[in-house]
Design a protein around this ligand. Structure first.
Ligand SMILES: [Ca+2]
Ligand SMILES: [Ca+2]
Length: 277
């Protein structure tokens, strides 16, 4: 009860004091001198200027902040552009590398194929070399035999062939057999030049040549079975008198000097060996 009374008394005093202060200030303001009023106005103006300066600072801060935001956005845009460009470049580089890898794989495939082809060619060349070596060996043997034949008495060389003329007389069959034993055949005359060569070398002797119609009358063939194309029969020959089946060169001295005789008659003979190099 006493506290309530005391509180009311305190509140009453405070309100009185405040009312008195306001009264004093009003009196004081009313009683101000013009200088004091001017001073008061200046203070008010200064306060207003301070408020105006604060606004400008605030605006400047906002502008700076906006500029920072713009710069930040610009930096982000530039960075994004660079990243995009680099990404495109990396993608392009990747595509180029992929293309190069494909090209390298294609080149590798071609090189592998070429390597296989070269190996095949090497194998073929090796086989051809072996064949050439065998042919060279055969040619050397033939050359050796040819030198031996040419150096043997009775042999002569004419137009890629060598010829042997006998010094004894035998029948057509024995003469042919002798030629075979020498690796040759009774002479086969294929040209006018060869006919003239035989005519000069026999020196007027009658000599067996490799033509007969023993297999079929009237069908004259050489000893190798080929048909007679260049025929140098004497006039009226072959006439097959008494079954004449073997040919002799030398009936006359003219170019056409062949005639048919009985095969068991004996004459010298000429063998011919063709040189196959
Ligand atoms: Ca005949
Ligand atoms: Ca005759």
């Amino acid at each position: 009860m006493s506290k309530s009374i005391y509180g009311n008394l305190e509140d009453g005093r405070s309100r009185d004091l405040e009312d008195n202060t306001n009264s004093y200030e009003a009196i004081y303001m009313n009683e101000k001198t013009p200088e004091m009023q001017i001073t008061t106005r200046k203070k008010a103006n200064m306060s207003s200027e301070q408020n105006s300066s604060g606004c400008r600072c605030y605006r400047l801060a906002v502008v700076c902040l906006m500029m920072l935001v713009v710069l930040l956005l610009a930096a982000i845009a530039i960075l994004w552009f660079k990243l995009t460009t680099e990404k495109d470049q990396i993608h392009t580089s990747y595509n180029n590398m992929t293309t190069q890898i494909d090209q390298l794989e294609t080149s590798n495939y071609k090189l592998t194929a070429e390597e296989e082809q070269l190996k095949t060619n090497c194998t073929i060349v090796a086989k051809e070399r072996e064949q050439l070596q065998r042919k060279t060996d055969e040619l050397q043997k033939k050359l050796f035999q040819l030198k031996t034949d040419i150096n043997t008495p009775g042999w002569r060389y004419f137009n890629s062939s060598i010829y042997y003329i006998s010094t004894v007389k035998k029948s057509w069959s024995k003469s042919s057999q002798d030629c075979k034993e020498r690796g040759a055949d009774l002479v086969i005359i294929n040209s006018k030049e060869e006919q003239e060569f035989v005519g000069l070398w026999r020196r007027g002797e009658n000599t067996w040549i490799g033509a007969s119609d023993r297999d079929k009358e009237g069908v004259w063939k050489w000893v190798d079975g080929t048909a007679i194309t260049n025929k140098f029969w004497s006039k009226g020959e072959p006439n097959n008198v008494g079954d004449e089946d073997c040919a002799v060169s030398g009936y006359h001295t003219e170019l056409e000097n062949w005639y048919d005789v009985l095969c068991n008659r004996e004459f010298i003979w000429i063998c011919k060996k063709i040189i196959n190099m």
